[in-house]
Design a protein around this ligand. Sequence first.
Ligand SMILES: [Mg+2]
Length: 214
Amino acid sequence: MPHDQFRNVHTWVFDLDNTLYPASARLFDQIEVKMTSYVMSELGVEQDEADTLRSQYWRDYGTTLNGLMQVHNIDPAPYLDAVHDIDLSGLALAHDLADAITALPGRKIVYTNGSRGHADNVMAARGLTDVFDARYGIEDAQYQPKPNQAAFEAIFAQDGLTATGAAMVEDDLRNLAAPRAMGMRTLWVTDAAHDPAADATTDDLTEFLRMVKM
Ligand SMILES: [Mg+2]
């Protein structure tokens, strides 16, 4: 069973966006609009150009923010405040997910390419605040994003986490490559078919975590 690989995991690392809430909440649609407006106003470009730059930066630098920092030397803090100023009323409390995570043995942390403030807001909206031992945002990796291995290493060093025998739970398959190379077990949260780049795939994180416990 795919769940068996996740027995005896000593630390669970959860991505936030589209992992701890369903992609159907479409929070990223709101964030995307804010990112595009920020690029437009910061660089003085029209929307089409901003969208083109954003997809280039996402491809070449991992995130829009990293591209803006590398290419345009922009200040990350006001950018993060602006793009995460979104309406979270579409998020429901996730009692079942909270119970499933709480029941897992081991340490549990959140690590997001978003800001710490965004993580706090989302975790509160989902009723997940008390479920995790720690949470890390992009600020904690000196704004280097997943999928860069150096970003994972920076976070894990701060947490005192040993990658071997830990697990990474993510909706973005790119962000599982470095953790896997570092010795983590990898769980891809998606509606897509299983991809061998991940150890296991689920479209129902709560149910998957319940099965691990059994
Ligand atoms: Mg995500």
